[in-house]
Design a protein around this ligand. Sequence first.
Ligand SMILES: NC(=O)c1ccc[n+]([C@@H]2O[C@H](COP(=O)([O-])OP(=O)(O)OC[C@H]3O[C@@H](n4cnc5c(N)ncnc54)[C@H](OP(=O)(O)O)[C@@H]3O)[C@@H](O)[C@H]2O)c1
Ligand SMILES: [Zn+2]
Length: 357
Amino acid sequence: MSPPKKHRAALIKEFGKPLAIEEIPTPEPRDRQVLIKVLGAGICHTDVHVWRGDWSAAGIPPKLPFILSHEVVGTVVAKGDRVPEDIKEGRGVLVYAWQWARDDPYVAKGLTQLSSYPAHLAIVVDGGLQEYFLVSDYRFLVDVEGLEDLPAAAPLACAGLTTYRAVKRVLPHLEPDDYVAVVGLGGLGCYAIQWVKALAPYVNLIGVAGRDESIEFASKIVRLDAAINTSRVDPVKTIMEITRGRGLKAVVDTVGTEATIAMYTSLLAKMGIHMLVGMIGGEAKISPLLPFIVNERTITGSIVGSLSEQIEVVNAAKRNMINYRAVVTRRLKLEEATEGLEALEKRRALGRQVVVF
Ligand SMILES: NC(=O)c1ccc[n+]([C@@H]2O[C@H](COP(=O)([O-])OP(=O)(O)OC[C@H]3O[C@@H](n4cnc5c(N)ncnc54)[C@H](OP(=O)(O)O)[C@@H]3O)[C@@H](O)[C@H]2O)c1
Ligand SMILES: [Zn+2]
């Protein structure tokens, strides 16, 4: 079936205002481009930052109107004349969101997410909150055939990928019986706990959040060795008790505020690592500095993941190493996307919300 001339999209026309649902022209794919019919588009907290205009001074987004969602899964409906034969109509695909416009040494090394010419979805170029989406190059498609619930697989493109890379990067620091904390149990956090269980089953996993509901929800996905609700107990005292004074060997911080950095860098064990993923924002303060140095602690950031890591993540989901379906709590209509953004911002959401078509 040929695609319609126009399709519906959710547009940011003004920062922080309800998204406008409008009809926009459906592009015709040429050359290496592929047109997909979107099945699922996840709503990430990064979309909230972009929608609010938090990063507009940095040129994100580059223009208004702008279309959100960098977590996109769909089926191929049309393709340009230089797309290989085996990428067939009807095939289920996940769109690698951290695209690049030109090759450079980082891309050549496989660190595609660090390209100096980024064309990241819903950050630099329009994203997938629309019925049809034009993928700029077939090389950004990852085959998701075999996954049973394609709309629910969309968050593998950011929440799943970002936390896979972050957890992989802390693995060299971990030994049996160490303590690892995942801070924040939202969309990213619910994947991060699964990666820790899958890739480092020999550590003690502590889940940290500020609401009982998010802890309960996360505990249904994996068995947490301990859980801390920071609005009920003093996290410093509790973590020192749980770890019997040893501290945390790794912190996967999916919140990323002044408070989390200050607190969890001080709770690190010797040779411990604070992996900063969340971008809620603020300034980092490490105080006092001396214990940070004498215990050889590390703090570093992690940004999404590479194209090859994206393939690894999809393969892990195909092998049931992680449960991607368990993370999705709400399936929204396109008209309800603003509601989804507000729920994330007001800390009312659980897991990941996905707009389905
Ligand atoms: N580095 C990267 O590559 C990357 C990739 C994707 C997203 N991010 C960033 O990671 C962060 C988390 O994304 P997400 O999609 O997982 O968000 P989310 O679903 O909203 O989860 C964040 C969780 O953090 C907790 N939280 C604690 N303090 C908060 C605060 N001041 N504001 C909001 N939430 C707070 C909330 O849990 P409780 O209410 O239960 O405490 C919430 O469930 C965002 O800043 C996002 O931009 C970074
Ligand atoms: Zn994201």
